[in-house]
Design a protein around this ligand. Structure first.
Ligand code: AMP
Ligand code: MG
Length: 505
């Protein structure tokens, strides 16, 4: 029997945590990129939630989910073989202004695990204590913000949007001071890499060219190996990052996601959604929606995200200039030419995504106006973005008047748009049933509205994590009909408008 268990434990999906082989390729870079240090244990820690789905990416045995001692492996008390904990240094443009030196002020990279499929996952602990880059911060993360990141990163994954993942969350009784006293928590998150635009910017503003090259070589070797033999590999790296960023932001716009703090230190060089803070999903369609209460001028408003992505990329491009081949003038011109690819790629991705949301297979003249006019109608009539598109999946072109019209104050406006939509569907011979099925794969039924996260937080603060588990399960399949969970797809309650989410985390 023992033998049998041992056998089972080997091979794919059969490891215990203690059997993970950690390495740390980032630690092979020179030490100017990071500081080695230890995790500061959270007092009276306990395991709060564990993500079986993410654990599978590390080939962990399903039984690991039954362990209640996992927090101890990630609380600085114990180490696993191969750990090389470190905090990375970077810079960043915060709300448009350069901060020449930032860094992991409360996150510690423990190491990386390569799974059976050859995928490499960095494990990073957020809220792990003071680092040399903590500035005036305490190195901690509160339970509230940790739950928000846990749920949202997994919700984004469920929506098919590139993102960091969340493996487990530790709660504690340690007091952490924000606007009020809260408790500290830690999130063990995973990504192939946590390198940011700001990681390059740091050395650019220090006028150190060699490290820019070392970091670019590192990113190419581990994450863009197809560029290794490319003649102009650094330029090509910039192009790949530009295109991935464009596609990621197009996806944000399609689901109505506002990140909230698109500083360049929160922008991943892999085009992953990174560093969840005061994010928000649109309820009513409101282009100028500002989810971050600490952003009074709306620099990071929902409709600003595409332009800000381009602005951030221009800062990355600038930081890469010293290593681009050729005369400075020529390098700037070629980098600029790449930046010019950003907007068309984003628009193209967004447009295709919108056609999918509308159930349109072909692309025809006039589609852009059809989309723009619909969005204007939604904005003017304060219509819930997610609910509207999900209801549109059942649009019946045979009906004279679509029942959706009743949601609009401007019913004639809706009727006239619906007439155009009907004609457009008929023009491509759209089949109602097949279209509806396909549209449901493009229009989520369930999203992580702020009030849902808030309910899970309030329960967790009383020691009950079950709502986090329920939401997590729900949001793994946001496109599926889940009759038992119908209430999660309802319009948000009145009180959700009062929720204020700030940068404080
Ligand atoms: P953010 O805007 O949340 O990405 O944070 C910006 C910078 O501040 C990052 O370098 C963080 O590591 C750092 N930071 C945020 N909160 C804390 C904290 N409580 N303690 C130390 N550093 C922090
Ligand atoms: Mg950050």
């Amino acid at each position: 029997m023992v033998e049998c268990v041992n056998q089972e434990r080997h091979g794919k999906g059969m490891k215990r945590f203690e059997e993970l082989q950690f390495s740390n390729s980032f630690a092979r870079l020179p030490d100017r990129f990071y500081q080695r240090l230890e995790v500061t244990p959270l007092q009276k820690a306990h395991l709060a939630v564990y993500n079986q789905q993410a654990a599978e990416l590390l080939d962990l045995h399903p039984d690991e989910a039954q362990r209640d001692d996992l927090h101890a492996l990630f609380n600085g008390d114990k180490t696993l073989p191969g750990y090389e904990p470190l905090a990375a240094i970077y810079a960043g443009h915060q709300f448009g202004h350069l901060t020449p030196q930032l860094g992991d002020g409360r996150a510690i990279l423990l190491g990386e695990v390569t799974n059976e499929a050859g995928e490499r996952w960095e494990l990073q602990l957020k809220g792990a204590g003071i680092t040399p880059y903590s500035r005036r911060g305490d190195g901690r993360a509160v339970l509230r913000s940790t739950i928000r990141e846990y749920l949202c990163s997994e919700a984004m994954h469920g929506l098919g949007i590139p993102t960091t993942r969340a493996l487990l969350m530790t709660g504690s009784e340690e007091e952490v001071y924000r606007e009020q006293i809260e408790t500290g928590a830690m999130l063990l998150r995973m990504a192939p890499s946590h390198v940011r635009f700001g990681s390059f910017e740091l050395f650019y503003y220090r006028r150190e060219v060699e490290p820019i090259k070392q970091l670019a070589d590192y990113v190419i070797e581990h994450h863009y190996p197809e560029l290794l033999d490319h003649e102009t590999k650094y330029l090509e790296l910039f192009r790949q990052i530009t295109l991935r960023t464009a596609e990621m932001i197009a996806q944000w716009q399609l689901v109505g996601f506002a990140h909230g703090v698109m500083n360049t230190d929160n922008m991943s060089v892999l085009g992953l959604t990174l560093d969840y803070g005061p994010f928000g999903f649109l309820d009513n369609y409101e282009p100028g929606y500002i989810c971050n209460h600490s952003d009074p001028y709306g620099r990071y408003a929902f409709d600003q995200q595409p332009a800000i992505g381009g602005w951030n990329l221009s800062k990355l491009g600038q930081a890469l200039l010293p290593i681009l081949d050729g005369e400075p003038e020529k390098a700037a011109a070629t980098a600029n030419a790449i930046l010019e690819e950003y907007n068309p790629r984003l628009q193209q991705h967004y447009h295709r995504g919108m056609l999918n949301k509308l159930g349109l297979k072909e692309s025809r003249d006039g589609d852009k106006a059809l989309i723009d006019d619909l969005l204007k109608l939604l904005a003017n009539n304060r219509i819930d973005y997610t609910l509207f598109f999900r209801a549109l999946c059942d649009f019946n072109e045979g009906e004279e008047r679509n029942p959706l019209r009743d949601q609009f104050l401007d019913r004639n406006g809706f009727d006239s748009w619906a007439g155009r939509y009907r004609d457009r569907l008929q023009a491509e011979g759209s089949q109602r049933q097949a279209r509806g099925e396909q549209m449901k794969q493009a229009n989520p039924k369930y999203i992580l509205r702020n009030y849902l996260a808030q309910q899970a937080i309030e329960q967790a603060e009383k020691g009950d994590y079950s709502e986090i588990e329920r939401l997590h399960k729900l949001l793994q399949h946001p496109f599926d009909e889940q009759p038992e969970n119908e209430h999660y797809a309802a319009a948000p309650p009145e009180w959700s408008n009062e929720l204020e989410i700030s940068c404080s985390s």
